[in-house]
Ligand binder design. Structure first.
Ligand code: TEU
Length: 568
C-alpha cells in the first residue's frame, strides 16, 4: 500500500481514549518516599488517591528505566529494568496493580530514537568497527571542509548545543546524536534494531502496561542522503510510516483496542498528523504536535522569547481541530516537562502580573484546553496552578539543555543577565521543580534535600491549601472538567468551530453534535471584555454548564480571566 494514501474512516464506535484524560508524572519531581531528594515509585504509590480523586483515566510516566540520568532518564542504558533511583521492577509491578485496581491505566515513555552511550548495545557498537552491533547506530566518515582536517559529517547541531556528531577517542568515524553525546541515535534502517525494540515493547505490554508515549518518534526516520549533506532531514523521513505500521503489526495488533499510543513529533504538520493518526492506517492513536508551543519563540531559538498573540494561538489550535476532524485525533496539552509552566506562560502567575487571578486564569486555561476535541494531558502540578521556578542564578539549574545553552552563549560573549532572563521563561527546569504537596518543609516532597529547589511559593501554592479552598480550588474545578468529558459525548466528540478569530483577548468556540451544542467563551486578559456573543442566537437563553466565577455577573461582559461554558 502506498504510504501516502488517505483512507476514509467509516463510522465506528469511538475508541475509549476519546473520552479519557491523561495525567503526566515526571517521577523525579513527583514525590520522594526514601529521603534521597529524588521522586520515586514509592512516592507515586503514596499519592494514588490524589490521581483517583482527580478522576484521570491514564497515567503517563516519564522514563523510569535504568539510566545514567544525563537527560533525566531520556538516556536509557537498560530498557528492561527500573533505575534504582526510582525503585525496582517488583515495586513497578505493585504500582501497576494498584493503578489498575483504581481503574487507571499506565503508559510508559518509550525512548527509542536513541539509547544511552552506556547501553550494552552502544558499548559493543563503539568497541570496534567489526562488532556485529556497529550498524545498530549511525556512523559516518568525517568530511574535509577545506582545511585538510576531517570534521563532522554534516552541520547538524545537537538539540543540547554543539555538533550532533562525536568521534570517540581511537575511532575513525563519528556517531550521530541529535541530543547529547551521551544519547547516540539508533539506526532504524537496521531490521535487527527494530526487532529488538518491538521485542522490548511486547515485554512491557505482557507485563501489563497500557501503552506508550513515544519520545521524538518522528526522528527515527532520517533522510539518508542528508546524513552526509548539510540539509535538514534529520526527522520525518518518508520511511516513518513503514516503521510505524510495522511496529503496529508486530506489537499492537490484537491488543490495540485497550492501548493508547501517542507519538511525540516536533515539527509535524496537520497533514502529517492525519497520516500518523488516521484510524485505518494502523500507525498511532495521536501525536504531540509543537506548533502552538512554538508561537512565542523568536527566530533565534526557543530561548528567544516573543510575546504571544492570542489570535495566533486560536488560529493554530483551530486549524488542528479542523484538520483532524474527519480523520485522525488530537492530543491536547499546554505544558509538560519540556515546556514552561502553562500558568506562567499564558495566565496570571503573580510574577510579572499581580497574581490576583491565579485561580481564574488557571481554570480558564484548563477549560479552554479540556473543551477542545482531543485527548487532554494534564501535567503534574497544573491541577494546583504551579508556576515557573523563577530561579535567579545559573547554579540553580540542572537541565542539560539549559546548562549547555548558557555555557555556549556566555562563551559567545552574551550578557549573563539577559541569558538568565530568557531562562526564567524558557528553561525546562521551570516545569521540573518538585510538586508542592504542603506548605511545610520542602513542600512535603521529600524529607531530604530535593534534587532541584522547591519553589518558594509553596507556602501559598500547594495541594493541601488548594483542596481546602472550597469553590476556589483549581483541583476541584479540573475534577469537574474531567468528569464532564466522561459524561458528555458532546465534549468528547462534538464538532469544533472557532468564533471571533480576530479578537485579541476573547477565546470563543462552539462544540456541536446532533443532540446539542455548547459555547465556550473565555477572557484571556486581566481586564473586562465585552462578549456580545453570550446573548446572541441560542446562547442568551442557555444555561451555564461550568464557569469560574461564583456569581452570575453582567450578561454580556466577561470579567478578568472569566470563562463560561454555556449549553443551549
Ligand atoms: O523532547 C524532544 C524535543 O524536541 C524538545 O521538546 C526537547 O525537550 C528540547 O527542549 C528541544 O529544545 C523529548 C523529551 O520530551 C525531552 O525531555 C528529551 O530531552 C528529548 O526528547 C530527548 O530524549
Amino acid at each position: 500500500m502506498s504510504v501516502n494514501e488517505e483512507v476514509q474512516a467509516p463510522a465506528r464506535t469511538p475508541a475509549w481514549w476519546t473520552m479519557a484524560v491523561v495525567y503526566q508524572i515526571y517521577p523525579r519531581s513527583f514525590a520522594d518516599s526514601n529521603g534521597d531528594g529524588v521522586g520515586d515509585l514509592g512516592g507515586i504509590r503514596q499519592h494514588l488517591d490524589h490521581l483517583q480523586q482527580l478522576g484521570v483515566d491514564v497515567v503517563w510516566l516519564s522514563p523510569i528505566y535504568r539510566s545514567p540520568q544525563a537527560d533525566n532518564g531520556y538516556d536509557i542504558s537498560d530498557y528492561r529494568d527500573i533505575d534504582p533511583l526510582f525503585g525496582t521492577l517488583d515495586e513497578f509491578d505493585l504500582l501497576l496493580a494498584e493503578l489498575h485496581e483504581r481503574g487507571i491505566k499506565l503508559v510508559m515513555d518509550l525512548v527509542v530514537n536513541h539509547t544511552s552511550d552506556e547501553h550494552a548495545w552502544f558499548r559493543e557498537a563503539s568497541s570496534s568497527p567489526e562488532n556485529p552491533k556497529r550498524d545498530w547506530y549511525v556512523w559516518r566518515d568525517g568530511v574535509d571542509r577545506g582545511d585538510g582536517r576531517p570534521t563532522e559529517p554534516n552541520l547538524w547541531r545537537s538539540a543540547f548545543s554543539g555538533p550532533a556528531w562525536t568521534r570517540p577517542a581511537g575511532d575513525d568515524l563519528y556517531y550521530l546524536h541529535l541530543f547529547a553525546p551521551k544519547q547516540p541515535d539508533l539506526n532504524w534502517e537496521n531490521p535487527e534494531v527494530r526487532d529488538a525494540v518491538y521485542e522490548m515493547m511486547n515485554w512491557w505490554l505482557d507485563r501489563g502496561v497500557d501503552g506508550f508515549r513515544m519520545d521524538v518518534i518522528n526522528h527515527i526516520a532520517k533522510i539518508q542522503q542528508d546524513l552526509v549533506g548539510d540539509s535538514t532531514g534529520f526527522r520525518t523521513g518518508p520511511q516513518i510510516h513503514d516503521f510505524l505500521q510495522e511496529m503496529n503489526r508486530r506489537v499492537f495488533a490484537g491488543r490495540d483496542a485497550d492501548l493508547i499510543t501517542v507519538g511525540e513529533m516536533p515539527g509535524v504538520t496537520v497533514d502529517d498528523a492525519r497520516l500518523f493518526t488516521g484510524v485505518d492506517r494502523l500507525e498511532l492513536d495521536m501525536v504531540f504536535q509543537f506548533e502552538h508551543v512554538g508561537l512565542d519563540h523568536g527566530p533565534a531559538s526557543k530561548f528567544d522569547n516573543v510575546s504571544l498573540d492570542l489570535r495566533d494561538l486560536k488560529r493554530s489550535l483551530s486549524r488542528w481541530q479542523t484538520g483532524l476532524a474527519d480523520q485522525g485525533w488530537n492530543s491536547l496539552y499546554l505544558g509538560n516537562h519540556d515546556q514552561p509552566r502553562s500558568l506562567s506562560r499564558f495566565g496570571d502567575d503573580g510574577h510579572d502580573t499581580d497574581g490576583r487571578h491565579r485561580y481564574e486564569s488557571a481554570t480558564l486555561l484548563a477549560t479552554i484546553l479540556h473543551l477542545h476535541r482531543g485527548t487532554p494531558y494534564v501535567y503534574q502540578g497544573d491541577e494546583i496552578g504551579m508556576t515557573n521556578a523563577f530561579f535567579t542564578g545559573i547554579e540553580q539549574y540542572q537541565d542539560i539543555e539549559t546548562v549547555n545553552w548558557f555555557a555556549e552563549e556566555t562563551a559567545k560573549g552574551r550578557d549573563e543577565i539577559e541569558l538568565l532572563e530568557a531562562l526564567r521563561f524558557r528553561s525546562r527546569d521551570n516545569a521540573r521543580t518538585p510538586v508542592q504537596w504542603t506548605s511545610g518543609d520542602q513542600a512535603g516532597f521529600t524529607a531530604g534535600t530535593p534534587w532541584l529547589a522547591v519553589n518558594p511559593n509553596h507556602d501559598a501554592i500547594n495541594v493541601e491549601t488548594d483542596r481546602a479552598s472550597g469553590d476556589r480550588s483549581i483541583f476541584d474545578f479540573l475534577r469537574r472538567l474531567i468528569a464532564l468529558r466522561h459524561e458528555s459525548p458532546l465534549v468528547a466528540l462534538g464538532e469544533f468551530a472557532l468564533l471571533e478569530p480576530d479578537h485579541p483577548t476573547l477565546y470563543a468556540f462552539t462544540r456541536s453534535d446532533d443532540e446539542g451544542r455548547l459555547l465556550v467563551a473565555g477572557n484571556v486578559s486581566g481586564a473586562d471584555v465585552e462578549a456580545p456573543i453570550l446573548l446572541e442566537g441560542p446562547w442568551g437563553a442557555g444555561s451555564l454548564l461550568i464557569g469560574n466565577y461564583a456569581d452570575a455577573g453582567p450578561a454580556a461582559v466577561l470579567r478578568p480571566w472569566e470563562v463560561r461554558v454555556i449549553e443551549a
